[in-house]
Design a protein. Structure first.
Length: 182
């Protein structure tokens, strides 16, 4: 499964959100850039870069582990492209596949919230996700993510792990999803 298929799969599995449909009804494409941390530049991993966004992005290189940028015209003043951009660092891409999954889930959650997508999981959080999320939140740097974000991410990780059993526990999945936060 390549990265775009992985994003589609996780969006559907965890959030019940049809990512391809979102792109097509909004007349958008997705570009995926790799963040090459040693070379301090981005490289095109997926998508048709017909607006030369890679070159524009490289003029404003920012080191990160992962980021979902909704509507690139909001970050690059010199483009009218409304396409979305998913940035994943080589550090993430060198991880094992389940640890890549949790980072994709984490970034997808930011994206749904930032762009006000209708996602069932954003409307209801289970009592167990609230409790586990609260405990996770208490042990972390509270300035990075809100309690509500962590609780939503916990719900997502419980959903992911109950479907895949890729982690020994949901808590392991949540810790994986937050492993670059400290
Ligand atoms: Zn985050």
């Amino acid at each position: 499964m390549d990265l775009i298929e992985r994003i589609q799969y996780l969006s559907e599995l965890v959030f019940d959100f049809d990512f391809q449909n979102y792109l097509s009804i909004n007349n958008k494409s997705l570009l995926i850039f790799k963040i090459e941390t040693k070379k301090k530049r981005y490289a095109l991993l997926y998508g048709n870069d017909n607006k030369n966004l890679l070159e524009k992005a490289n003029k404003h290189y920012v080191e990160a582990k992962a980021k979902y940028q909704y509507d690139v015209s909001t970050i690059f003043a010199d483009t009218d492209s409304k396409d979305d951009l998913f940035l994943l660092s080589d550090v993430v891409l060198f991880s094992n596949p389940t640890d890549i999954d949790t980072i994709i889930i984490h970034e997808l959650l930011h994206f749904y919230i930032n762009s006000n997508q209708k996602v069932r999981l954003l409307e209801h959080i289970s009592e167990s996700a609230k409790k586990i999320g609260h405990d996770v939140f208490e042990k972390r740097d509270k300035s990075i993510h809100s309690l509500l974000f962590i609780q939503r991410l916990t719900e997502a990780c419980i959903m992911y792990n109950s479907n895949t059993k890729n982690f020994g526990s949901s808590l392991d999945a949540i810790n994986s999803a937050l492993r670059f936060d400290n």
